[in-house]
Design a protein around this ligand. Structure first.
Ligand code: UD1
Length: 369
């Protein structure tokens, strides 16, 4: 049975890695790794292949950046030919990026079954491009693997039959658990001249936060205040750096010496920094989950989240883009009043094994060797 595993953008790599690994013991499963090239910088792509021991992609589409329509269409056109040439039995997509949508749509149109790992997440905010990608991908998928029971309930409310939904846990947490010891040996805080437990880690890249000058400017002001009390480590996404330049906001960085701006980091140093932070400020999706597992307080700079389990069971708090709220919640954590969370059900490091067992059972019905 031939399965094409899809990656495209940074958050995909840590999700596909344990799935590729889990397929190895099954001689009847032939996994083909395809990289769309949505992310192409070394720091956004290649470094993760090295750190996560991912094999070099068998197929690289090299689509690069563009508007949503350009990027999605470029992936679809290139991927359609791949499907015709390879005739796979299944296409497996992860997450919610444009590559996820483009590949599932192309496969579905050719009648090729689609498996979606991390199905059923909903922010109910269609201004977020990822929300549209999630809804369409889930509607087209034949196998929907979820990280929580709530995600399964979201899917059944949308009319997706229960037989297609499998609650397996969180593959990104498999990768975290597989790499935590190695990450902690990196000594990243010391290399960046901060002490464990005495810095804030920050990421910011959502269009809703960085594409609007007023919002980005007021966020940088709030960060300018926080860095007076505690250093902030800020590995900057290329889109955010581009906007800071375009909106002429570099002065705000120069006036904040302890807002320490740097290139995007690899998986291991970033995980090391998360695990040792006093708190994490972010607008990422995956980081809300990773901090929950690490027991590190996380303040999410968004109005909503598609990962509510991190609020109800984990260490996450939504702070919106309101500077007062951000400063208030940060102060609570600095005063030792951060949230202490639990580990969500089945986030146990074995989610990818469950995904592959289920696929093998349904499609191949053979035992691993
Ligand atoms: C994409 C995903 C988002 C994910 C994020 C992680 C979609 C809709 N969004 O957003 O869900 O959280 O990846 O990073 O798929 N760029 C580079 N080098 C690269 C890649 C991008 O410089 O290797 C710059 C380009 O200017 C590009 C911009 O970043 O136009 C945005 O890239 P894009 O892939 O469109 O979306 P992200 O914001 O990265």
């Amino acid at each position: 049975m031939k399965i094409i595993n899809i990656v495209g953008a940074r958050p995909n790599f840590m999700k596909i890695a344990p799935i590729v690994e889990a397929m190895k013991p099954y001689p009847n499963l032939e996994g083909i790794l395809l990289h769309t090239g949505q992310h192409y910088d070394d720091a956004m792509s290649r470094i993760f292949f090295d750190e996560l021991d991912l094999p070099k992609p068998d197929i690289y589409l090299g689509v690069g950046s563009g508007s949503h329509a350009q990027q999605t269409a470029a992936v679809m056109i290139a991927f359609e030919q791949v499907l015709k040439d390879h005739q796979p039995d299944l296409v497996l997509v992860v997450g919610d990026v444009n590559s996820t949508l483009a590949c599932s749509l192309t496969a579905a149109k050719l009648g090729i079954p689609v498996a979606h790992v991390e199905a059923g997440l909903r922010s109910y905010d269609r201004q977020m491009p990822e929300e549209i990608n999630r809804i369409v991908t889930d509607a087209l998928s034949d196998f929907l693997f979820t990280t929580s029971k709530l995600a399964g309930e979201n899917l059944t409310r949308e009319g997706i039959p229960k037989e297609k939904i499998f609650f397996v846990g969180n593959v990104m947490i498999d990768t975290l658990q597989n790499h935590l010891v190695q990450a902690r040996q990196q000594g990243t805080p010391a290399k960046l001249d901060v002490s464990a437990g005495d810095y804030v880690l920050l990421t910011l890249h959502r269009p809703s936060n960085v594409d609007n000058r007023d919002i980005l400017s007021s966020l940088l002001d709030a960060l300018g205040e926080i860095q007076k009390d505690i250093p902030i480590i800020f590995p900057v996404h290329p889109r955010t750096m581009e906007r800071i330049h375009k909106f002429d906001l570099r002065g705000k960085l120069e006036n904040a010496p302890d807002l320490r701006v740097m290139e995007p980091l690899g998986y291991l140093p970033f995980l090391d920094l998360m695990a040792n932070a006093k708190l994490v400020l972010t607008d990422s999706g995956g980081i809300q989950e990773e901090t929950t597992i690490l027991g590190i307080p996380c303040l999410t700079i968004r109005e909503n989240t598609e990962r509510p389990i991190t609020l109800t069971e984990g260490t996450n708090t939504l702070v919106s883009t309101d500077p007062q709220k951000i400063l208030h919640e940060t102060q609570l954590i600095l005063d030792g009043k951060g949230k202490i969370g639990d580990i969500p059900e089945l986030w146990d490091g074995h989610a990818a094994e469950r995904v592959v067992q289920i696929l093998n059972y349904i499609l191949g019905d053979r035992k691993p060797t």
